[in-house]
Design a protein around this ligand. Structure first.
Ligand code: C5P
Length: 231
């Protein structure tokens, strides 16, 4: 498939707690497109590596594991279930502990490389909304619309706290805040595909904006790019 007839992609990048997952899901439902939750792939790689007892610093071993991961995203009536080798790990991978594992394995270029083709395979007609850290910079540099969401560190920690509490997990806000700061620092400082906006990304600060206002701002951008003519 040449770049000209490849299905369109909208990338939603940014650190955790900016509302990027929510916006990506809302946009996917509105457009009736496919969704790539790339963070879930890194979380699955981190979890699988831990389950196998691998040394997370052993880039070669973790990359080999990541390349062959048996993953399935199953659409249910309520949500999408994530299966790792047939086991439902939807809730397990959402913990901050798993986020930290993901961030550790994501720092290895070999692991990123192992997941690259798998991520690009999600690009199917009529289009793809891709949520992550390097969607606009590395995985889909030719995306039609690139959004980069930001929010203050305090607000992001508060949102993640509420999300985890809603999922019934026990969380300590101060510790969560420290863990998120450490994860963001690692993601932003790594040598390969660090967390940063693509030069042609549109930055939206969501700190004090209601998620539905952000959603409407993004919809407007989607319309302006001619990606949703009928909506
Ligand atoms: O988005 P989410 O919080 O699920 O991502 C978990 C971790 O996976 C991030 O902190 C980051 O280290 C890694 N990640 C990445 N590149 C992506 C998506 C996630 O490095 N595109």
């Amino acid at each position: 498939m040449s770049a000209g007839d490849a299905p369109p992609v909208i990338t939603i990048d940014g650190p955790s707690g900016t509302g990027k997952g929510t916006i990506a899901r809302l946009l996917t439902a509105w457009l009736d497109w496919h969704l790539l939750d790339s963070g879930a792939l890194y979380r699955l790689a981190g979890l699988a590596a831990q389950d196998r007892g691998l040394d997370l610093d052993d880039a070669h071993a973790v990359a080999a594991l990541a390349r062959g991961l048996d993953i399935a995203f199953v659409e249910g009536a309520q949500d999408t279930r994530v299966l790792l080798a047939g086991r439902d790990v939807t809730d397990t991978i959402r913990s901050e502990a798993c986020g930290a594992l993901a961030s550790q394995v994501a720092a290895h270029p070999a692991v990123r490389d192992a997941l690259l083709a798998r991520q690009r395979d999600f690009r199917r007609p009529p289009g793809l909304v891709a949520d992550g850290r390097d969607m606009g910079t590395v995985v889909f540099p030719d995306a039609t619309l690139k959004i980069f969401l930001t929010a203050s560190a305090e607000e992001r920690a508060r949102r993640r706290y509420n999300q985890l509490i809603e999922k019934g997990m026990s969380v300590n806000l101060a510790r969560l805040s420290r863990d998120i700061t450490a994860r963001d620092k690692r993601d932003a400082e790594r040598a390969v595909a660090p967390l940063k906006p693509a030069p042609d990304a549109i930055l939206l600060d969501t700190t004090s904006t209601d998620i539905h206002v952000v959603e409407e701002q993004v919809r407007q951008l989607v319309r302006e790019r001619g990606l949703a003519r009928t909506r």
